[in-house]
Design a protein around this ligand. Sequence first.
Ligand SMILES: Nc1ncnc2c1ncn2[C@@H]1O[C@H](COP(=O)(O)OP(=O)(O)O)[C@@H](O)[C@H]1O
Ligand SMILES: [Mg+2]
Length: 527
Amino acid sequence: MEQAALWGGVWVALLFSDQALGPLSAYLQGNLNERLTAHLNRTLMQKINSFEDLTPFEYETFYNRVQLLREQASFQPTNLIIFLSTSARDLFTAIPLLAVSATLGWWVPLALLVATAPYALVSLGLQRAIWETVTGTNPEARRMDYAASLLLNPQYAKEHRLFRTGDFWIAFYLENFRKLHRAMAARRREQLAKNLGTLALSLLGFAASVFGVLQRRPSAGQVAMLLATLNQLQQSLLLLAQDGAMLLETLLYMDEVRSFLEEKPSLTASPGIRVKEAPPKIEFDNVYFSYPDGRKALSGVSFTLPPGELFGLVGENGAGKTTLVKLLLRFYEPSEGKILVDGKNLAELDLVAWRKRVAAIFQDYGRYALTLGENVALSDLERMEDEDGVRRALASAGGEELVTKLPQGLHTPLTKEFGGTELSGGEWQKVALARAFYRERARVMVLDEPTAALDPLAEVELYQRFAELARGRTTLLISHRLASVRHAHRILVLKEGRLIEEGDHEELLRKGGEYARMWEAQRTWYR
Ligand SMILES: Nc1ncnc2c1ncn2[C@@H]1O[C@H](COP(=O)(O)OP(=O)(O)O)[C@@H](O)[C@H]1O
Ligand SMILES: [Mg+2]
């Protein structure tokens, strides 16, 4: 009686553990999947971040690659585990069955293997082809994503509504979907046809083995056993082929990850010559630069900026002003010539230390979904908590009233995406300016036309204010509006990538060249 109870207990326990295995593995798989996905995404983000220059962003292939790797990061690592284990299971089921079937005749396992081999080979080949199609249609997949995210972007929402472009982007999405789907569907049709064909071949092999064994006139019991064995063997061989193909796809993905991680960055932050504390002297020595797509932006530019002085850089839109700053920050390397900082080649300077010494505001500054305070303090993460410093910076930027106006002061979250509030263009500009001023360690200050929202007179005021606050540091004021930089110690005039004139305002006017001509043309802006 006791023994019966024991057996009963064991049976119930086994039954339960069997039932529990499903939920348990679902729980583990869910957890594992999340962690693996996060790990892989973190690794990819770190890799992207390790490219210290901007050249990767010049190539479509970079976007294609990163998108593919990120998109599949949510399932490929788990697939690797799943298909490794199922392939192993299939293999360990097949091997003993192969041995058992050999007792029915040496040719039995051979016949089944030969008959199933085409199926396996075709499955592997097709899976590779599918992977190649997925990679090949990545531009379409990215355009689909692009269209879908455009409709969600508040910056574009006004134009979608005004120009009624919403349907245009939906059509754009569908057009790319159709292209992608056509390519993928063709592959899948091929897969279906070839798989059915080779599956028939495998069944033929199965039928032949059964027939062959039946020639030996086995008993009814033996027939049942033999059919069961052969059936199971054939099933496990087919499964092995299928799981192996899925495993191959995962391995192809992992290989792509590996090659991306092994890619040598165009520029890394290796330590170099120490950067001095004091405001630096900056020299451009016959600098040429073309963007990776071949567009010439700077041609033979040479000048010297003595330390701590105020410089103006002027020129029409597209003259190369922003490019010059990008080279100064080493976002790109000159194609020819050198940039010298205190007489040392910029390329040999400690990159991180150099960038820490520069505060620059560009036309397209960031508007982050963070609090007002964080939006300012982002330029000096080590002092993230310095609220007084943040207030000081905001005051310098003329944005102190933002703190009192916003409901939670410095702690007000900005942008609506995560439930914050929105600022006007001019208010964002002040935040961006404050971000530059917050970088108190900076010894080089650059203001590169973040003033799109301002009228010419307001820009003049802002530039003057910036120049006063930047005093004592090597400062570069950039604008296509000459009046904004007229008080600079020295003004450089760029035209189509060439430095054509140099001098202070009065000198340049007397010269009667390009600067004087532009000045004359722009005078009416300041009436
Ligand atoms: N990433 C890029 N790739 C190719 N050409 C570019 C790139 N960025 C800017 N350019 C081109 O380089 C020239 C100089 O641009 P830029 O330095 O931004 O001018 P500016 O700041 O004086 O208005 C322009 O003709 C512009 O179209
Ligand atoms: Mg520019």
